[in-house]
Design a protein around this ligand. Structure first.
Ligand code: HPA
Length: 236
């Protein structure tokens, strides 16, 4: 047990999928895993461990934003030995050729965020995905004909953003989309020599204001879970 995770040692798998929403973790575990067992419910942050095609997997919520994700990623890595962490979540598109429901694999995640600022000070560290996971996820997405983009994203500290000028600069510099967790996941994983990736579905579009309805969000989420599992266990 840790401060924020009630699981016993050994109840967390080496591979962890991390949706932001704990109820999404429950849904994904019940939908995709064999014999899922609830291993955490501290503060309502749900985690489940089961198997997928014979491989042990934990699906654990991260909460919203980098400070929340950082707590769970640190404890999963340091106290439970998680080796592979894949964020599955939604994002807002920042390029006109990125469409609702497309999947984005975040090769890098730019951020202004404070957890990493404190460490890096004047260094503009570039949080980046694990190549083996990124390439396996790209193959999995291509095999299913998903609209796919691989490139840089922006991990914001705020959903209700007051810096339209900064968003414009990011669009101008090719940033594909905005979300709120990947940069910290990549940074914590790198610090501990673990593998990380963010697989994101475009749920809304910053340039057009378009947004997915709830049923489309759900099917987009299901597709991400499958891509993440196939990336974690290629050939399984
Ligand atoms: N901003 C931040 N995070 C998001 C967004 C957004 O527009 N859409 C989905 N996650």
């Amino acid at each position: 047990m840790t401060i924020h995770i009630g699981a016993e040692k050994g109840q967390i798998a080496k591979t962890v999928l991390m949706p932001g929403d704990p109820l999404r973790a429950k849904w994904a575990a019940e939908t995709f895993l064999t014999d899922p067992v609830c291993v955490n419910e501290v503060r309502g942050m749900l985690g489940f461990t089961g198997t997928w095609r014979g491989n042990r997997v934990t699906i654990h919520g991260s909460g919203m934003g980098m400070p929340s994700l950082s707590i769970y990623a640190n404890e999963l890595i340091r106290d439970y030995g998680a080796q592979t962490l894949i964020r599955i979540g939604s994002c807002g598109a920042m390029q006109s050729d990125v469409h609702l429901r497309d999947v984005i694999l975040a090769m890098t995640a730019s951020t202004l965020s404070t957890p990493s600022r404190g460490i890096f000070r004047e260094l503009n560290y570039a949080p980046c995905a694990d190549w083996s996971l990124l390439s396996a996820a790209a193959r999995a997405a291509e095999a299913r004909g998903t609209g796919l983009h691989v490139g840089g994203i922006y991990s914001s500290d705020v959903f209700y953003d007051e810096r339209p000028d900064l968003n414009e600069e990011m669009t101008r510099h090719g940033i594909l989309a905005v979300e709120m967790e990947a940069a910290e996941l990549y940074t914590v994983a790198a610090r501990h020599g673990r593998r990380a990736l963010a697989v994101l579905t475009v749920s809304d579009h910053l340039l057009t204001g378009a947004a997915l309805e709830a049923p489309e969000r759900q099917s987009g989420f299901a597709e991400m879970v499958e891509i993440a599992l196939e990336a974690a266990f290629p050939g399984a």
